[in-house]
Design a protein around this ligand. Structure first.
Ligand code: SF4
Length: 590
């Protein structure tokens, strides 16, 4: 017998309401109402949480009295943050508490007031089908799915279909990143049809029909106003990319990979002025406050490869995002912060805890991060590994990455694969953090599995159709084993023979003879049909469809760089582009 003593920290960490977590759990005990909420213990050297919250950045003329604030006479609250500060529990906070059973409506209010949680709910969108939800580390981890028509592919109908598909596969919010087609119509249709909050990157629509150089402050404000009126719930605003940060980009392997970040960098270089989103931040806050649009302060300088992670460009921008968070809170606007990107696994905890410090606990919304760069085609996997670590160490929402990342526009099945990868990351982190009730689902499925109860097993599975199709592909009868090990080697069956598992079969389940499974549904059959790897002919057929779409039948697209003479390329560079990567300065030390 082993004399090893088990660490019993997990006793205070009830990710299963009934049983508590595995005694081996090392997550911190919950600290709701404090800076840590649900959190991982720190590896030595990690930045400590900020000792400030949104309470320290009240608008001028407000004062705090206990857990409430007093606003100047005649003030009319609009945003969830303002209501929370004034002590009002809104219907949206109540709905959030119903959806997060471990939190009371009062706890939701308190977290929103502290700025550690947001409820992205545009007052216009609330008049349609929006189901209020929250983003914050006191609640369950959320996932976002991106979609949007590009100039090359997709239409409004297709995007609405993708929205429904993403909702079906568990997306908690959806970002419409359209850069082509009828952007206004597409956005309107998505807002009208969505139950989940919708985010956008408004700069995309600002440059339709004009060059980035021609972007003016008037156009920026008009576009923001229009999208806020349409009902967009959160805006990605890349206000943290400053002129002062651009020299840091020269040292990178892949420069600026954020579309918004690169466009604004170009604008700054052409005009020799500061980022207009930064310079006019107060005005932006005022527009957003009117409809309670939340900020998703964009990471325009996020790393696009492991080599660029946690560099001066990225971290300087993060510090600026902290400063902007304080400003937005003073204006009564809800804030979350966007994060990287591509980050080696060992740097993820530091990145999450640094954000918590610099941005005073504002929810962190991260893209992945990808933990390796060399698996294009599988980046839903490389990134969901990073996303799991990110959520465990402090991120509140994970922006999905699909298998098409870096290589093309996601199609329906890519959206499903991305959502599922990220539901796995989010749920794994919630269980590890000990969010009450998270592990109950796992325990139920384990019991059904131990009881060899296939029906229950598929009913509880996140994607029961796929699980059942895979099962029936080999053995379409309900037996005491499956085709993986077979009857004689089925350890679960043998184990059940040794000790009758306490859960037994589900209520009402009787086994008097081996029963053939019901026929597969058309959807389950389709899952099996798609399992064959595409034949070379099919790959060519799909590729030529894309060539037609870009007007390049039979040869490379006219936009392909191989088709441009080096001399012409240089001319175009000089005339139209701004060189970011100029000759690096050589310091005296080098
Ligand atoms: S056969 Fe193997 S995989 Fe299938 S239920 Fe039994 S132990 Fe599990």
């Amino acid at each position: 017998m082993s004399t090893r003593t088990l660490p019993l920290r997990g006793a205070a960490n009830p990710s299963s309401l009934r049983d508590g977590t595995n005694p081996g759990s090392f997550a911190n005990a919950p600290n709701l109402g404090g800076a840590l909420t649900f959190s991982s213990p720190d590896t030595p050297g990690m930045p400590q949480p900020s000792d400030k919250t949104a309470w320290d950045f009240l608008p001028p003329g407000w004062r705090r009295e206990g857990d409430r604030a007093i606003a100047p006479a005649g003030f009319v609250p609009i945003t969830q943050l303002e209501h929370a500060r004034l002590g009002t529990v809104t219907p949206e906070m109540k709905r959030v508490a119903e959806r997060e059973p471990h939190l009371s409506a009062e706890q939701v209010r308190s977290e929103v007031a502290a700025g550690r949680m947001i409820i992205p709910a545009n007052t216009q969108h609330l008049q349609h089908a929006l189901e209020p939800m929250c983003i914050g580390r006191a609640s369950k981890t959320k996932i976002n799915a991106n979609m949007g028509a590009s100039p090359v592919s997709s239409s409004t109908d297709e995007e609405v279909e993708k929205l429904k598909w993403a909702e079906r596969w568990g997306a908690d919010t959806v970002m419409d990143l359209s850069t082509g087609g009828n952007l206004d119509e597409c956005r309107q249709a998505i807002i009208r049809n969505s139950r989940v909050p919708i985010g956008t990157v408004p700069i995309y629509s600002m440059i339709i029909g004009r060059k980035i150089e021609d972007l003016s402050v008037e156009v920026i404000m008009a576009s923001l106003r229009q999208q806020a009126e349409q009902g967009v719930d959160y805006f990605t605003i890349h206000a943290g990319v400053l002129r002062e940060h651009l020299p840091f980009v020269q040292r990178r392997l892949i420069g600026i990979v954020s579309r918004g970040g690169s466009l604004l960098a170009k604008w700054m270089l052409v005009h020799g002025k500061q980022n207009p989103m930064y310079a006019h931040f107060d005005e932006i806050c005022e527009i957003m406050r009117q409809y309670d649009v939340s900020f998703s302060l964009g990471d325009g300088l996020r790393p696009g490869g492991l080599a660029d992670a946690s560099d001066e460009a990225q971290l300087s921008e993060l510090a600026t995002l902290g400063e902007l968070t304080e400003k937005a809170w003073r204006k009564g606007v809800q804030v979350m912060i966007e994060g990287p990107g591509h980050v080696p696994f060992d740097q993820i905890e530091y990145n999450m805890k640094l954000e918590r410090r610099l941005c005073h606990g504002a929810p962190f919304y991260v893209l992945g991060p990808l933990v390796t760069d060399v698996f294009p085609g599988y980046d839903h996997i490389t990134s969901c590994i990073g996303a799991t670590a990110a959520a465990y160490h402090g991120a509140s929402m994970l922006c999905y990455v699909t298998p098409k990342e870096h290589v093309g526009l996601p199609k329906k099945d890519d959206v499903k694969q991305g959502c599922i990868a990220y539901k796995i990351a989010a749920h794994a982190a919630d269980v590890a953090l000990g969010i009450p009730g998270s592990r109950d689902w796992d325990d139920s499925l384990t019991k059904a599995r131990a009881a060899l109860n296939w029906e229950k097993h598929f009913e509880l599975a996140f994607d029961g159709d796929t699980a059942r199709a895979f099962h029936d592909e080999d053995l379409d009868v309900d037996t005491d084993f499956c085709a993986m090990c077979g009857h004689d080697w089925c350890s679960v069956r043998i184990s059940k023979e040794i000790v009758e598992f306490a859960s037994g079969k589900a209520d009402g389940f009787e086994r008097d003879k081996v029963a053939q499974s019901a026929a597969l549904t058309p959807e389950q059959r389709e899952i099996l049909e798609k399992r064959g790897v595409l034949s070379p002919e099919e790959i060519h057929r799909l590729a030529s469809k894309t060539r037609k779409a870009v007007g390049a039948d039979g040869s490379k697209g006219s936009c392909h760089s191989d088709l441009v003479e080096p001399q012409t390329a240089q001319q175009i560079q000089e005339q139209r582009l701004v060189q970011l990567r100029t000759k690096p300065e050589v310091s005296a030390a080098e």
